[in-house]
Design a protein around this ligand. Sequence first.
Ligand code: FEO
Length: 398
Amino acid sequence: MMTQIVKNIDWVGYVDWNVRDFHSFDTFRGATYNSYLIRDTKTALIDAVKAPYAGRLLQSITEKTALDKVDYVVCNHAEPDHAGGLGEVLAALPNAVLLCNKKCLEFLAGYFDTSRWKTQVITPDDKIPLGQFSLQFVNTPMVHWPESMFTYIPEEQILFSMDAFGQHLATSERFDDQYDLSYIMQEAKTYYANIVTPYSKQVQRTLESAAALPLKVIAPSHGLIWRKNPGSIVEAYKDWSGGKYLPKVLIVYDSMWNSTEILAQAVLGGAVSESEKIDVQLMHVRKTPATRIAAEMLDAAAVAFGTATLNMQMMPQLSGVLTYLRGLKFSPKSAFAFGSYGWAQSGVNLLEQWIEETGWTKTADSLAVQLRPKPQDIARAKEAGKALARAALERTQH
Ligand code: FEO
C-alpha cells in the first residue's frame, strides 16, 4: 500500500474494514483513522487512532523509525476515534511532547490522567520547526468540537484537516486519484451531512481562514487523502455549508397496514409527473438507514413526511429519525405531512407540529386519512407531490 504523501511524510493510520456503527453513523463501507508521520531532524506524529488500534499504530511507526525518535505528537482533535489511543501511544514514545491547543488539553484531561504527559500548548501564532519542514496551526472551533484544529506544513502545502474533508471509507488505497472520485465525494457528503452540518457557519469561517493557505494536499483524519482534487472537496464544502439546494424531493415515511404506503406512492407519482428535472426519492424509515436519509436531506429542497398513527403517536422509527434530523439543523425546506389513522389522527398532527417547530415551510394542508385512502385522498396526495416538486424547483432557482 502506498503511504507516502511526499518523501518523509507518510500515512501510518489504521483501516477499520469491519466497523459498521460509528456512534449510530451507519459506516457500511468501513472507516479509517488516519495518522501521519513526519520524519525530519525532528519527528512528529499527527493524531493517533481509536484506542483498540494504538498497538497497530505503534507497529506502523516502528516500520518507519524507532519509537524513541518521535519528538512530537500533535492532537488536532480530542474525540476518541483519534485521541482514544493517545495514552498508550504517548506511553510508548518516551521522548514525545504532546502539542495541542488549550481547549484540547482540557478535553484530554477529561478522558485521561494527563499529569505525567509532556505537553506543550500551542496557538496559531506558533511555528514548530522540524528541520526541512515546520508545523503551523489553525484553530477551527466547532468544526466540529470546540478544540478542533488543523495542522499545516507550509513547505509542502499539506493541510492535516482532522475530520473536515474526511469520509468514512475503508480502502486499500490512500489517495483520491487511486479510487472512484464519485464514491469518495458521496462518502464525503454523507460524512458532512451526519457530522458537520450543525456547524456549517463555523465551516464557512474556517474555509475563509484556510483560503489564505496555499494547498497542494488535504490529509483528513478519515478516508482518502486529497492530493489530486483538493479544490473539489473545498468547493463541495462551500456548497454544503452554504445550504445549496438541489431539485430534489424526499418522501420519508413509515406505514402500518399499507395506507400510508399508498399515500407515499401517490406523493411520489405526483412529484415525478410534475417535472423531469426533479430527483424524487422514496425512503421508508425501517428500510433506509438514518445516515442515508440525512445524506440525501442535506441538499434536498422539499420533503414529505408520512406516518401511520400508533398509540396516539407517530411511528417510533420515524420519531427517532425526526429527532436526529432536527439536531442536524439542515437548511429550511418545503414540507408536507401526510398519513393514516384508525380512530385518531394524532400522528399526522405531530408531523405537522415538527415541521412548524423546525421552521420549514408547509406547501399544502396536511393530509390525514382514516383507514384506507379513497380516490379523492390519493388525488390530494398526488397534488401535494406536484406542489412539492414546484417548491423544490423554486428553491433551486434562488
Ligand atoms: Fe473523527 Fe470528530 O472525530
